[in-house]
Design a binder for this molecule. Structure first.
Ligand SMILES: [Zn+2]
Length: 105
């Protein structure tokens, strides 16, 4: 009674080569998937860069009360960079305080 693999010409050495090929292919697949994921992340960033998060329209930088804001040219939505809303609110509170003092007399 002979071994099926030996009788069909399929040796243990061939099996070892197949195993190495499978590992090499898996490694190449992992590297290719990582490259594709990185390229997709770059494409997504480029597609959304300076675009309105609500409608995808173009954002235009404007100055409002000496604070820089980004406003959508399509839906007119407004986006504040970090710290700019707090700056605008502090201007408003200061002005409201001044107006309160002016009209309380
Ligand atoms: Zn918009």
């Amino acid at each position: 009674m002979s071994n099926l693999t030996e009788s069909s010409g399929y040796s243990h050495e061939d099996a070892r080569f197949h195993e190495l090929d499978a590992k090499a292919l898996a490694s190449m697949r992992t590297q290719l998937d990582a490259k594709r994921a990185a390229a997709a992340a770059v494409a997504a960033k480029v597609a959304h860069w300076l675009r309105c998060p609500k409608c995808g329209g173009e954002m235009q930088e404007q100055s409002f009360e000496n604070v820089s804001i980004d406003q959508c040219t399509s839906c007119k939505g407004v986006y504040f960079d970090s710290g700019e809303l707090e700056l605008l609110l502090s201007h408003s509170k200061a002005r409201a305080g001044l107006m309160g003092r002016l009209f309380s007399r």
